[in-house]
Design a protein around this ligand. Structure first.
Ligand SMILES: Nc1ncnc2c1ncn2[C@@H]1O[C@H](COP(=O)(O)OP(=O)(O)OP(=O)(O)O)[C@@H](O)[C@H]1O
Length: 584
């Protein structure tokens, strides 16, 4: 029951609704004890042969009024309590989503998407159930049970009531024992569900690769195994859950046995009337629901507790990249000075970057070259402040990048990542992502700069063409150029192209670079590329090797040096020549 205490903050927030709801529920529970008592009175009149139509009508009238009141009040408390529990789910859902948006890539690296989705769906539903059906079963079982027992003891016979209640401690012990078992098993069931969720998500996203490699059968087998584990875990839960009903029914059976044995003895002895015994038996029938509800309560509460524990753990995960208290609320601008002594990716033992020192003057272009895995993207990710755990400093306009508000820093940067991601919306919507209020004209201008305008006009719906799952399929080069247009929309102070021209042909690459040079005067640009043609025009070129700077200088300087850059350049020239069929 600890989960009710832990959800106390929410019950306080919705105090009025819960108090009124519980109050109405208590009235309903009280009204519920009237019918058996009325039946008892009427049976006594019948057995004494003194039943008059007026007497019967009077009680029937009261019964009808009670039934009507219960109908209306039940509706009202359900609305109040279940309505509130829906708000709890909304509240937690929004907090979770907000939390997800603030977490750094390091968080997503160690979490699985399916797992996070299970938190946002299955777990939230279980917590909602606790605040709704959980509160209902708790209050209703105690109130109805309490009123019925009170009615039995006060209006009929306290001795018979005591006798009948004798098996109750056994029931309390059993339900408590089952509850503990359920808690352990629920954890297993929820984890298995998370795993299955993750598998489904990954298989659907990677269906193309699965099919290409003809691995459908293997994937189906993996899925089936995980699905069977979910079934097995849930059957383990059901095995305990199924024990509640038979246990409660058996105990109720014992109660009936005691009622009939001792009740008939009391009637024969003249301590009770037949009407009393009939009413008592009817009351016993009314005890079935609170006892069953008590069993369900354990189920709901244990499920809710396991889920709420998982949600709280997730929400307690610290935001590792956060704004400082005195963060600068201005867009960063100026020279970029990078002085990195050492950087390791979170959770990785290897040094990803070592002794990387360079300055990019405002308005200049920096090119970064280097073999795959040499640390080019790592530098860019630090500039974006995806990680803070480096030794050294990164200054933007003389201020450390972590002294700016995260939002401000990222607004100042237009980033085109290697792995393009387009949203399932129109092409215009994708380009205007960071400026949703932008005019179509500025969207088209950005698209023209990224050399994708003509392609877009050729699509059936032009800029309104839908992209993604339910839309048009785009080529890698088209996706790249739409991503570049998206980054250009904000006219960023710093534009970062992370190998973003790899899927376009040499002519298109040249045209894009020319357009950038023309429109980005006074603004800084960083381009990483395997193809040196994309960076040879840069004011400065950084050649990375094994996480450190191997060479730095302009194209001419590096060519004169005849070092690594020279070798790479010569090799690429040769490759180009071979591709053209050896004609110089
Ligand atoms: N999130 C991460 N956690 C641990 N190691 C990582 C992570 N991302 C990259 N690395 C490692 O850091 C090194 C540098 O990677 P980086 O992505 O910067 O290379 P790159 O030069 O951009 O390569 P490419 O040209 O293939 O994109 C690599 O050895 C890579 O395996």
């Amino acid at each position: 029951m600890r989960v009710f205490w832990e959800l106390g903050w929410f019950f306080k927030e919705r105090k009025e609704q819960y108090i009124l709801g519980i109050f109405l529920l208590l009235i309903v529970a009280f009204l519920g004890v009237l019918p058996p008592r009325i039946i008892g009175f009427v049976v006594d009149r019948i057995s004494q042969d003194t039943l008059t139509p007026e007497y019967l009508l009077q009680w029937l009238g009261i019964l009808a009024a009670a039934a009507l009141a219960m109908y209306v009040l039940r509706y009202a408390w359900r609305l109040l309590i279940f309505g509130s529990s829906i708000l709890l789910a909304r509240n937690l859902r929004e907090r979770l989503f907000q939390h997800f948006t603030q977490m750094s890539p390091a968080f997503y690296q160690k979490r699985r998407v399916g797992d996070l989705m299970a938190h946002a769906t299955n777990d939230l539903q279980a917590v909602q159930q606790t605040a709704g059906a959980g509160v209902l079963t708790l209050v209703d079982s105690i109130a109805t049970g309490g009123f019925v027992i009170a009615a039995m003891a006060i209006t009929i016979d306290w001795k018979l009531t005591l006798i009948v209640l004798l098996p109750m401690p056994l029931m309390a012990y059993m339900t408590n024992y089952y509850g503990k078992l359920m808690h352990q098993r629920f954890h297993g069931a929820q984890e298995a569900f998370s795993g299955l969720n993750d598998k489904t998500q990954e298989s659907i996203s990677g269906m193309k690769v699965i099919k290409t490699f003809g691995q459908e059968q293997q994937d189906i087998e993996d899925f089936t195994k995980m699905s069977e584990r979910v079934v097995a875990e849930n059957i383990r839960v059901a095995r305990v859950d199924s024990l509640f009903d038979p246990t409660i029914s058996a105990i109720i059976g014992v109660c009936y046995f005691l009622t009939i044995s001792f009740g008939s003895y009391f009637v024969v002895n003249g301590d009770m009337t037949i009407g009393d015994l009939v009413a008592f038996t009817a009351y016993l029938g009314l005890l079935v629901w609170p006892m069953l509800a008590f069993g369900w309560l354990f189920n709901i509460v244990e499920r809710g507790r396991a889920s709420y524990d998982r949600i709280r753990l997730l929400l307690a995960e610290p935001i590792d990249i956060d704004d400082r208290k005195d963060a600068i609320d201005e867009d960063p601008t100026g020279d970029l000075t990078v002085s990195l002594d050492r950087f390791q990716f979170t959770g990785d033992q290897r040094t990803a970057l070592r002794n990387v020192h360079f300055t990019v003057k405002r308005g200049e272009t920096l090119g970064i070259a280097g073999k795959t895995g040499s640390g080019k993207s790592a530098i860019l990710r630090l500039l974006l402040r995806e990680f803070d755990n480096y030794e050294g400093s990164i200054l933007f306009g003389g201020n450390s990048i972590d002294s700016f508000k995260k939002q401000r820093l990222r607004q100042a940067i237009g980033y085109v990542p290697q792995d393009h991601f387009l949203f399932s919306t129109s092409i215009a919507g994708n380009i205007a992502f960071a400026r949703p209020d932008a005019s179509l004209q500025s969207v088209q201008e950005a698209a023209a700069l990224a050399h994708i305008h003509e392609d877009i006009l050729n699509f059936t719906d032009g800029y309104a063409t839908m992209v993604g799952e339910r839309g048009v399929s785009l080529s890698g080069g088209q996706k790249q150029r739409i991503s570049i247009a998206r980054a250009l929309m904000t006219k960023p102070e710093l534009l970062i192209l992370d190998d973003s021209l790899s899927a376009v042909d040499a002519k298109t690459e040249e045209a894009i670079l020319k357009a950038l040079k023309k429109t980005r005067t006074g603004k800084t640009t960083i381009i990483t590329s395997h193809r040196l043609s994309a960076i040879q025009h840069a004011h400065q070129i950084l050649v990375m090797d094994g996480g450190t700077v191997a060479e730095i200088g302009s194209h001419e300087e590096l060519m004169r040096k005849k070092g690594r850059y020279y070798e790479m350049y010569e090799l690429q020239q040769l490759e180009a020549l071979v591709e053209q069929g050896g004609e110089a």
